[in-house]
Design a protein around this ligand. Structure first.
Ligand code: ADP
Length: 150
């Protein structure tokens, strides 16, 4: 059976840290669906469809990676596309505490999906979408930290 994983997130914006997780995920899974959650209560900085296109362009030569926008619960979307795994990244203990609760909740919602964590590579540990948004708002270049041009 093919192992399909989803990598859900806001990706506001998608960073080199996220890229690293996808590339390492490909060593473990047959297919990865990067799933941009559209949370109607959370206002985005980068337009979701623009970001979807940027991520798709990043992986245009790799047919094992696709990009989707979804609404609602991650586990529901995972099941809809027949993914049995959720990929998430961990940079520090703050990520760990947050991710642990979500993974345990998701496990409680359905036993069919397993969350797999990748520890951030040291060179990407300090990169966060929040920091990149702050840089961008302050007219600083973020090209060093993203795998596409803006
Ligand atoms: P969310 O809004 O769902 O937390 P993000 O887009 O911020 O989504 O992040 C998606 C996932 O990528 C999360 O599991 C997060 O911990 C992880 N992540 C974010 N930045 C990095 C990084 N630099 N290295 C590794 N993982 C990361």
């Amino acid at each position: 059976m093919k192992k399909t994983a989803i990598f859900p997130g806001s990706f506001d914006p998608f960073t080199n840290g996220h890229l690293d997780i996808v590339l390492r995920g490909l060593l473990c899974f047959d297919k990865i669906v990067i799933a941009l959650g559209s949370n109607t209560t959370k206002e985005r900085y980068f337009d979701i469809l623009m970001m979807k296109d940027k991520i798709a362009s990043t992986f245009s030569s790799n047919n094992l990676v696709s990009v989707e926008v979804f609404e609602g619960m991650t586990v529901d979307f995972a099941q809809k596309i027949n993914a049995n795994y959720i990929i998430r990244g961990l940079r520090n203990t703050i990520d760990f505490e947050y991710e642990k609760n979500i993974a345990q909740l998701n496990k409680d919602l359905t036993n069919k999906i397993e969350t797999i964590f990748f520890i951030a590579s040291p060179q990407n540990s300090f990169i966060s979408s929040t920091i990149l948004r702050e840089l961008h708002k302050n007219k600083q270049s973020i090209v060093k930290y993203i795998p596409y041009s803006l």
